[in-house]
Design a protein around this ligand. Sequence first.
Ligand code: ASP
Length: 320
Amino acid sequence: MERRKFLSNTLLTSLGLSLLPSINNSDSFASTSRKPIVMSTWNHGLAANDAAWVVLSAGGRALDAVEQGVRVSEADPKVSSVGYGGAPDRDGNVTLDACIMDEEGNCGSVAFLEKIMHPISVARKVMEKTPYVMLTGDGALQFALANGFKEENLLTEEAKKAWLDWKKKQTELKIDKDHHDTIGMLAIDIKGNISGACTTSGLAYKMRGRVGDSPIIGAGLFLDNEVGGACATGKGEAVIKIAGSAMIVELMRNGKTPKEACKIAIERIAKKQKDCKDFQVGFLALNKSGEYGSYSLQKGFDYAVCFDKINKIYKSESFA
Ligand code: ASP
């Protein structure tokens, strides 16, 4: 019954409706301890949160929840900036970046990985099976194949058609509101432990070999189990330049709310990066009490939060 109620509510919330009482829609509500809880970037975060919630509501570990959650976006051909169906680089190759981090500060990452549907699971294997944090390119692919992952074609017909259309115009694509949707996810499990994941196909039609913030621990994702976590979406270069997610976690350590911390990071980008009107960055943050918040550079950044069986989309406040 509870499950049915949850599923129907999820269906309704994806239509912007809810049968159940709404959780606080404020970016910085006060709370003692909200757990389990999961949040993720963009509208496709709803489906990812559903998968994460299956793990969390069964008492599972946050690390398993974030991996299972973002795998949904990675496998969805309609999500054009993550995994299968992601926009390729300018030469037509889909190249993927992902990272994952657990409550003990362990982390794993892959960058410039091709032909593997679930880079987040390869990143987890890097974390658990090697003494390293990051593998890239062909080395990451060889590692994935040696660990049982299968090579697949990730370029869908739809993504190929869009790339061929772009090639006719050959314009440099900016990460504006239409060309990003990395999934970043943060979760706290019933034990109060936090984990996070971030996975993307990166900037559409990028130069071959370009890697953004999403696989960079401290930029696209960072967490500390004593404090909370943060993740990013948007122009990776802008996020890397301020070590965005690490900065937000340290601001929370020093007493800022999640929203305040995200806002300060965005303001830093706006102050230091002269071309900031031309791109988007969005941050999410979650502290150990289950308080969550967000802030973005431009309007139009949405995120999904699932808590107490309610999975909903929120609109972020923005600088511009
Ligand atoms: N952050 C990603 C990158 O720069 C882009 C995105 O959010 O879609 O690769």
